[in-house]
Design a protein around this ligand. Sequence first.
Ligand code: AMP
Length: 298
Amino acid sequence: MPQLPLLPRLPQLIETKEEFLRWRQSLISHSVGLVATMGNLHAGHISLVEKSFQENEHTIVTIFVNPKQFGPKEDFAKYPRTLSEDEEKLMASWKRLTPSKNLIIFAPKTTEEIYPPKFLTTISVGKISKLWEGTHRPGHFEGVATVVYLLFQIIKPSIAYFGAKDFQQVQVIKKMTTDLLLDIKIMACPIVRDHDGLALSSRNQYLTTEGRKQSLVLPQTLNLAAKILIEEDNFENFSAFLEKTKENDDRWEYLAYCDSETLINLKQKQPNGILLGVYKVDGTRLLDNLLITLTIKN
Ligand code: AMP
């Protein structure tokens, strides 16, 4: 019998776990890419979705503002929820790139779809979750690890795409995936930035016009610190630069040079390091990082 051409399958929005599981059970293909988001999609999110379109037959984008990863005084209530605009952006990208592939938007309509009543379990990934973001946002990575584990169980992806913008988050998820023997490839994708260097974030819209200008201190400082580290032979001078930068501006929550896998603070140059920084403007924590790969001469 002649092969029929593949018909375009229109993207679907699924809002309940039950319906999603039914769809998932009917799937034979093992080529399933997951992009987990909290919605309010921007070009950073879309870059992950497009990578998944390129590499998989099916792409699942989840949109769920996960209460467990917000502290009691954080912005859970005011976090922007823009499902119709998000759907439009995903449709536009799907139409442009891959109308022969399958896109499912899984946007649970209630928190109980993910955390049913009497849900008790928390996943904690140990020391790496307690550093940096973990110190400033206690419980944050437990919330992230728990929801990502649940999404992995529901969606059963072969690959999951995360942004290097949240570098520590990627490391925590990689560790959880290895430790719990999950058969899922974790892909870290490059940070997408605005024209002036600020990393895109749903929280940038909280900034005032003046705050938006001040926010550039963050990427500019990371670039300057990297330049000093690369050019300076004396590590003490580089450390002194980081210390002085923090001392002179109390908007820095942290600024540190760390091992790019364990995220432990480094006391000397090494081949794979990362600069991590959080700079607080208008009450909004802006997060950024810069990977620095060096050739160390003996
Ligand atoms: P969120 O909706 O903030 O939870 O982010 C969902 C995913 O998008 C995470 O894997 C983020 O790291 C990623 N992401 C957020 N902002 C960016 C960006 N500027 N560039 C690349 N990925 C990003």
